[in-house]
Ligand binder design. Structure first.
Ligand code: FES
Length: 113
């Protein structure tokens, strides 16, 4: 195998690790007032009730690729990254907070350098 072949094989293997497949989101009720939505290493917190007519957002539909969350009651949709309304009868935005999961510390390891 030439070095060009080895390089092509390595690049092809790396490309196979990158996918456009959306990460399966997890939507869960964390309190009476709040729902958490996890997409990969991103976690969003939104109110438990839609600002339109209090649809239960724990039953919302989430498009993990576009980060668009859609209320199950009247289909108002919001951009999860900004909270902005993008469709439906609701007139306001959705308060959203985002956090990223912390770096996983290796067992017995130390993150100091
Ligand atoms: S309650 Fe959510 S769109 Fe009406």
């Amino acid at each position: 195998m030439t070095s060009a072949d080895a390089w092509h094989k390595a690049v092809t293997a790396a490309a196979e690790l990158v996918t456009d497949e959306p990460v399966e989101p997890v939507i869960r009720q964390v309190s009476d007032d709040e729902v958490a939505i996890t997409v990969g290493d991103r976690e969003f917190r939104i109110p438990a009730e839609c600002p339109h007519r209090k649809g239960r957002l724990v039953h919302a539909h989430l498009n993990a690729r576009t980060l668009r969350v859609t209320c199950p009651l009247h289909r108002s949709a919001f951009d999860l990254a900004t909270g902005c309304r993008v469709a439906g009868p609701v007139t306001g935005d959705l308060p959203v907070t985002e956090s990223r999961s912390e770096q996983v510390r290796p067992e017995g390891g130390d993150t100091r350098r």
